[in-house]
Design a protein around this ligand. Sequence first.
Ligand SMILES: C[S@@+](CC[C@H](N)C(=O)[O-])C[C@H]1O[C@@H](n2cnc3c(N)ncnc32)[C@H](O)[C@@H]1O
Length: 542
Amino acid sequence: MGAIAHSDQVIPAARRRRRGHTAPHGQFFTLTEVARFLWHVVEMLAPASQRRVIDLAAGDGILLDEGCRGGFTTRLDVLGLELDAHVLHARSAEGARVEAGDGLLDAGQRLSDWRADVAVGNPPFGRSRDLLTDGQRRRLLAEPAAPHQIWGSRAVGQDGRFTDPAGNCRVEELFLERALRLVRSGGLVAYILSDGVLSNRREQVARDWVGGQAQLLAAIALPASAFRRAGLNALAHLIVLRRVPEIDMIPQPPALMMERRHAGRGKLPQVLEAMRQDLVRLHQGQDVTGAAVVSGRDLGGCRWDPGFWVGKQTLARVRRDLDDAPELGDFIELLTYGPIVTGGQPVPVVDGIASIRQGDFAETGLHASRSLRVLPDSAHDPRRSRVRAGDVLLPRSGGGALGRNRVAVYEEDEPANIGCFVDLIRLRPGLNPYYLWIFLRSRLGWGQIRSLINGVGTPNISFVEIRSLRVPLLGLEEQAAYEHAYVEDVRPLHRQSTGSHEAGQFAERQFQALVSRLDARLADDCPPYRASLNSTTHSFSP
Ligand SMILES: C[S@@+](CC[C@H](N)C(=O)[O-])C[C@H]1O[C@@H](n2cnc3c(N)ncnc32)[C@H](O)[C@@H]1O
C-alpha cells in the first residue's frame, strides 16, 4: 500500500524510502520475506520455468527483484511502472526493469503486447479522493481504455464514463482491474489487497466484477506484523486470481483460504514459512487448521475473506460433531442485555448497585468488587437486567472481551446489574451454569462462538446466535463436578488474583486444566468426570 500526493505531481521524497519503514506519502514497500512468500504461492499454484511479469505500482521493484532472485522469472522478462521519479532514482541499477509511468493509465499498448503471464502488485490502498490527482481523474474520465468497470454503476455516469462522485471508491481496485486486463488469458494476478476489498459489503460489486473475469485460486490473510511499523498499520490479504476468457465454460477450481496468523516481533519469516508449508498441504488435499478449501461456485455474490469461510466450515464441522446435542435456547429462562443509555457515562454512586461491565471480566471469573456502582433503579439499573447468583454473563461484542471469550458466572448474593454490551443468560434446571461456562471455553463451545463472530468489524454475537449454540448434555452429576472443581480449585485463587499476579496465573492454569479436561471428555478421550480434579490449591503459597 502506498499513496501519492493530492497534486498532479508526486511530492518529492525528503529522503530515500527504506524497506519496511515510514516514508513520505505512505509509500510502504513490501518486506522481502512477504515478496518471497508471494512468489512461493504463485509457483505452487502455477509452476512454470519462464514467466513474463508486470508490476503496475512497482515502487523500488521488490516484487520483481525477488521474483528474479528466487528464479521464478528473469530480469529480461519483467517490467514495472512507478509514478514517483524519486523512488526510481533511488533504485539500484542492478535491479529488475522499472520505468517511469502511471500504472493505471500509461503504456497501454506496450503492456498488452507484452502479454504478461503474471501481474504482481502491492498497489496503493485507499479512497480515490485521497489518492488520485485531478490529472489522473481527468484521464480516467477521458480515456476509453482506463480502468473503472470494477467500481460498477456507483462510479459511472449516464454516459457510461467514470465519475466516482464522492471519491469513495478504492484505488487498489483500479490497479486490480488493469492487471486483469493486461495478463494473458490463463495468466495469474497475485495482488496484496486491503482486507476490506475481500470482506466489505460495499465492495461486493468489485468482487462480482472480478468474478466475471477470473477465478479466485487463493486468498491468504497476511500476518498483521507484515504491514505494521511506524506510520503504517494495515491489514492485508494476498489473493491469486487466474484470468479466464469464458468464465462459465471453464470448471472453477476450489479456492485455498487461509486465516490470519499471529507473527510476533521477529517471527514473521518463520510464520510465513509455516504458512507456506501448510498451503502446500492444503493444496495436496490435507486438512490444515485455520484453513479451508472453498468451492468456486460458492464464492459468487459472497465475501472472499478466509476468516469468514474458515469460520463457516468450522461451525458446520463442530455442529456435525454435536449433532444430537440440544440448543442452548432450550435451557434459557431469561436472555437479556445490559442497558444502553445514551447521553453520557453513568455517575458513580458510592453505595449504589454494581454495574458489571466488560472490563470486570477476567479469564477465571468476575472481579465484581471493581465494578462501577450506579444509582439504584436509575436508567443504568433496569429491573429486567438485574443479575442473580448463578446467572451466566457474556460480553456481547468487542475484541477484548467476547473476542477473548471471557464468560463468567455471577457468584455474589448482592444484587447487581449488567452494563452495556454484556448479556445475561439465566438457565432453567437441567444445565449447570458452571458447566456451560467451561463448555463455552472449550474447543467445541468456543469453536461455535468464534465461527459466529467471525464477521467484518467488531466481533458480535446476537441473541439468535446465542440460542443456537449446541451444548452436549452431560448428566447433572457430572456437570456439577465441574462446578465443584471450579469452586475448589479455581475460585480461591481467582479471589486472590487482584492482589497477587502469581495467584492469577495459577488460577488461569487451574481453569485451563478444567477446560482441557472437558475437551478430552467431549472427544471421548477420558471417562466421565465424577470427582473434582486433584486439588492443587494447597501447593500455592502467595
Ligand atoms: C505500496 S507501494 C508498493 C511498491 C512495491 N510494489 C512493493 O511491493 O514494495 C505502491 C507504489 O505505487 C506507486 N504508485 C502510486 N500510484 C501509482 C500509479 N498510478 N502508477 C504507478 N505507481 C504508482 C507509489 O509511488 C508506490 O511506490
